[in-house]
Design a protein around this ligand. Sequence first.
Ligand code: GLN
Length: 471
Amino acid sequence: MNLTLESYINHINSGELKAVDVLNNYLNKSKDLNKENNAFVRFHEEYANEFIKNSDSTILKGAPIGVKDIFLTKGLVTSCCSKMLQNYISPYSSTCFLNLEKAGACMIGKTNMDEFAMGSSTENSFFGPTINPYGKNRIPGGSSGGSAAAVASDMCIASLGTDTGGSIRQPASMCGVVGFKPTYGRVSRYGIQAMASSLDQAGVFTKTVKDAAILTKYMSGKDKKDATSLDLDFSDSLDLALQKDNLKGYKIAVINQFFSEGLDQGVKKIILDKIEEIKDKGAEVEYIDFSILDYALSVYYIIMPAELSTNLSRFDGIRFGHQDETFKYDDIYSYYSSIRNEGFQDEAKRRIMIGTYVLSAGYYDAYYLRAQKVRKLIKEEYDKIFSKYDAIVGPVSPTPAWKIGEKINDPIKMYLSDIYTIPVNLAGLPAMSLPAGNIEKDGESLPVGLHIIANQLKEENIFSIASVLEK
Ligand code: GLN
């Protein structure tokens, strides 16, 4: 147990461990811990035991992984932690999951998440919240909170998540694991339930930077079923990046706006200490202004619900979704509304209403189109920054993990917790949360992540900085 992906592969190759034994140990440990933390919503034991039989000849040797309940996996339930899809068995698998299956990663189960990936705390799950392994009554972050908690408590070696506005990086930061989201297009979105298609990107949770590179390499690549997927291999550049032991020649930007009001003093100290370490390793660090970032959250909360309301329109109880014979309805409209009222929880309803509103005739120009224009300006500002700097570093989340229930009734407060992660998705950039330290709060030691952001397709800069700091 307590294996990294790299050490697991080595132990299997040397014959010291057998894949089937490791799998069963992980399954037993996970099922046991799950009673306390609810990181998994389903275990796929039968699938895993069948899969492991043929894993010897593969690259990843059957390494046990957790998969966010949003990736379609053929013949097995994928529910997006919604009542709407509670019993939905997908007829095909998502491309990136297939890629990992081919490479030999063995899924042990599906991990908990906010319903349809909407949220920052995993409290919007139909199956109840996941508990942060570092705090008794604390959220693990979200929306991929189950995947982060599962890796943090060694219920699996690594896990998959999706990041539309921070859902990999924020829970990784709060659970003290590595969370990496590649450039938009690196990983095919085919077969991943869409939240906001122009922002969604799949990525990984791991215990080490190297493990993140290994898994990302195998899950990414061109897929003719996703027109936005990229036909570019980055394996060699990642391998080179992992060998770095200093940051000489690197120019790194720190955004002043990220250190203003709202940032927890403990988080601030950890991040500033890391920035000093980065300087000690030879990089040149400069503080810059990025004032248009003040609009990022507003832009996201127009574009995301617009795309989301469109993507969720297929859940109407006819094409897809929850059905119940006992529903009383007079016409097709009342049928739809009763199905959608029963199937979706509050956050989904709120965002469907906002999205429908900003796309409606008369408001489209005033909100949606305007948000798209500001999005473009944000992207252009990033382009300028990356013409001078190799990366941006800063905090992932303004605070460490908060208490369950603390923000659930205040959507604006909840939305504000994503202020540092959201701009990255608006520009399609790759980014990582790297464990940076812990803060003591109420007798608990809560993890904090360092945010490392690079230009599109410059993942190697992130991996260089992260691996030098990790070493
Ligand atoms: N927390 C953000 C939201 O609620 C991001 C979600 C995500 O990345 N899936 O929209």
